[in-house]
Every structure is written in C-alpha cells, then in structure tokens.
Design a protein around this ligand. Structure first.
Ligand code: GLU
Length: 304
C-alpha cells in the first residue's frame, strides 16, 4: 500500500491537514506500506519555501515520517507537458481565450434545471469549443498543441473516446467508469461510485487542464503524480470527492491505473465552518507553541 499527503505550501498546516496526513500515515504503516509526502507547489504565485519548511516540521513533530527527497510538482513540469501532448493527440483538448468575466456573462441566462456550478466553480459554457470548429487548422491534419494558452478538456468528445474504447474492451458491463470509495462523499456516497457521461458533461463540464501563464492545472498534475508514485490509496478530504470524477476520467483517458479513494470528514470550527489556510488560529504550529502534544492533536481531531 502506498498513501500520500499532498499539501500546497501556501500557508500553515491546520488541524484538518494534520488529520488527513495522520490518517494516510497510520493506514500505510498499519499495512506495512509507505506514506509519501508530496509538495503541491504548482501555484508558483502562492507557494513559498518557508511554508514547505514549516509543514515538514509540523509533520515530523506529529510523529510522521516519509522518504526524502519528496516529489515536488515544480520539478515535474515536463511530465505534465507530456500528458497534455497525449490528450491533445487524442483530440480532446481545445484552446480557450475566455476570461472569467466572459464566462460569468455567458452564464447570466442559465437554462432551467442545468447546473451552473461544478467542482471547479462555474461550469464552462463552451464558447471556445464552438469557435474551435471555425479554425481550419483542426482539419489540416497537423495542428501542434498551442503553448501559453488555456486548454480545456472537451468533455463530450472525451466521453466518446472512452465509449468507443469501451465498446471494444467491455464484456457487456453496464457502467461507464467507476472507482472504489472506502470513506464517504459529502452525501454519504460509498462503495463503487459510478461516473456517467451525464455527470461529466452536465455537472462538471469542460475543465481547464492547463492555464495560460500558469501551465498544467491541479486536476492534470494530481493524476500524473499519483500514477508516477504508484499511489494505491488516495486519502484526502471530502471537498475533493466531486473532483475525483475528473481524476478517474483522466486516468482512463491516459491509460493510468485508478487508486482506491478514501474521502474523509472535514475538520470544522465550532461554528461548523471548515478550516481554511487563513485560519491561523487553528494552525498546528500555534497549538504546538502553546504546549499541546501530538497526542492532544490526535484527540482534538478524533483519532484516538
Ligand atoms: N494539494 C491539494 C490541497 O492542498 C490536495 C491534493 C490532493 O490531495 O489530491 O488541497
């Protein structure tokens, strides 16, 4: 068993992070497996080496250990680029020039019953997907992947690719794609979670997999990272349950294995609000400085 904790070094680790890391660590150790720490520092505008140093100190203080050097996303850009090339080659990406404002405006008259928000916020209305057919480069047989532009996943097209593949490989199975959930989603979803084309096309839509000026997006990077590190069990917060559908779908498109997922409860403050990075008041380091022990932290998050 290989588990991982993949924090972004953009602020102090709070009790919710400690809970997630300890769950992943305890589970791997109980099974004689390996617990990995991965630094999700793709967002170079917000990631800081100081936060990385502090988060490692926090985790070591909690009694966790992991093999060093640990993987850092900023060192793996060429792997994400290769995955983007592969998806581009499948014909399931298209360039998008919409600003956030364009998307908000296009969403201003939503159709009744059609969801407007997905795991990435506003569901992309498809403006540039339609414009794509006006670009004759699509038809001349050689259209290299454009760089420095936002690339979106054409969800309907990508579902067709999988459907076609499925027709060849499936032995009469009814479901499209699925993953195993050993924890629970926000609505108690557990066991075999089926992902339908409707979920993907209507409730998630054309997510961005690469952003102009920032490069690979989280959904693409996390899939490449988990596969590169042979992660067998992804243990993380329930807030990422819906996004897991994107990840499992990308694994399928890229021919990568799907780990078992365990989404855990979120640690909340006394008003019921989930903890956020800016919640310095609940930072691990603060409790530590005030004299708490790692056992106290375990007790506070309900682990003992
Ligand atoms: N880096 C992500 C975060 O801090 C977690 C990614 C993951 O566990 O898949 O929210």
């Amino acid at each position: 068993m290989i588990t991982r904790f993949a924090p972004s070094p953009t602020g102090p680790l709070h009790l919710g992070h400690a809970y997630s890391a300890m769950l992943g660590h305890d589970r791997a150790k109980a099974e004689g497996g390996t617990f990995l720490l991965r630094i999700d520092d793709l967002d170079s505008t917000r990631s800081r080496p100081e936060w990385e140093t502090l988060l490692k100190q926090d985790l070591a203080w909690l009694g966790l250990d992991w093999p060093e050097p640990c993987r850092k996303q900023s060192d793996c850009i060429s792997e994400y680029e290769a995955a983007l090339d592969e998806l581009w080659g499948l014909g399931v990406l298209y360039p998008c020039t919409c600003t956030r404002r364009d998307i908000v405006e296009a969403q201003s008259a939503p159709q009744e019953g059609v969801p407007t928000h997905g795991p990435d916020g506003l569901i992309y209305p498809g403006t540039c997907r339609q414009a794509m057919w006006q670009d004759e480069r699509w038809f001349d047989g050689h259209y290299p992947r454009p760089k420095d532009v936002t690339l979106r996943l054409n969800m309907a097209e990508a579902c067709d690719v999988i459907r076609w593949d499925h027709r060849i490989t499936a032995k009469g199975g009814l479901h499209f794609i699925a993953f195993e959930e050993t924890g629970a989603g926000p609505n108690g979803e557990a066991g075999e979670i089926l992902i339908t084309p409707e979920d993907l096309i209507t409730r998630i839509g054309d997510v961005a997999l690469s952003r102009k000026a920032f490069g690979a997006a989280y959904h693409l990077a996390v899939v490449v990272d988990d596969a590169a590190q042979n992660v067998s069990h992804v243990i993380r917060g329930q807030d990422l349950f819906e996004a897991t559908k994107i990840h499992v779908f990308l694994q399928r498109l890229l021919g990568l294995p799907t780990p078992v997922y365990h989404h855990h409860k979120l640690i909340r403050d006394e008003t019921g609000k989930r903890l956020a990075k800016r919640d310095d008041a609940r930072a691990n380091a603060k409790y530590r400085d005030e004299g708490a022990t790692p056992e106290d932290i375990r007790r506070m998050v309900g682990l003992t």
